[in-house]
Design a protein around this ligand. Sequence first.
Ligand code: SAM
Length: 274
Amino acid sequence: MALSADELREAVRRRYAEAAVAVAEQEGGCGCGSGACCGEREADSASFGEALYQAEQRGELPEAATLASLGCGNPTAVAELVEGERVLDLGSGGGIDVILSAKRVGPTGVAYGLDMTDEMLALASKNAGEAGIANAHFLKGIIEQIPLPADSVDVVISNCVINLSVDKPAVLTEIARVLKPGGRLGISDIVAEDRLTPDHRQERGSYVGCIAGALSRGEYVAGLEAAGFEDVSVEFTHEVADGMHGAIVKARKTLEPVRKGLPVVQAAAQAGCC
Ligand SMILES: C[S@@+](CC[C@H](N)C(=O)[O-])C[C@H]1O[C@@H](n2cnc3c(N)ncnc32)[C@H](O)[C@@H]1O
């Protein structure tokens, strides 16, 4: 029997809570090869997690932050952060991208990490403390209802999280709300080729493993445009399963986030998103 949205979100939360506890207890987490999180097979070790960060960046991080890396890319490498900016990382996990972002934006900037899983938030705060970071703030909440005011951040990043959301139009709407006009989105995610139906995606991997819930490239573009973004691009970087790719998604918030007078969620649905 199919799970409800609440049950699915709870399954995701439980899985990543276990992952955080395993990393905190130095058991290596749920990363590649354990069958537990994003990157479920031994063969996934080059496609998910710490391998996607340059050695130089890994050197800037506490070991536990690197171990807890469960992403499918490196959004800090594409976001082109500038000193003084305010950055928000959706689904910040063990804090790897928040720590790297906090260093990029410097003491006059701020890096927020948002996650729904208490165990991940605790791990991220510990990692940021060990890295000596003072300008990082970790917030508890869901990415479908971001606990920040409108027009309050310059850049939104995220690493392998939006595929896990049970309400993707709400996430895209919320990103548009919290970004300042002209603000940037630079995320890594798993994205399907347009030829794959939702059933095809489900055949290729689990929901908690970041495969079954992935949007297709066309759905991502339509959803972002409907939410009020322009200059949208989705670039495949590495294949993680037949027709499923690690991808870099970039976009810029327009000055007019509601298209043709439609509320963004309705516009997203009409555009065929999600
Ligand atoms: C695959 S891990 C990625 C963590 C981190 N971005 C990284 O690259 O290591 C997914 C993270 O997103 C969080 N998450 C998943 N769905 C979420 C949601 N709807 N709202 C908030 N956090 C969510 C999980 O708790 C987990 O920490």
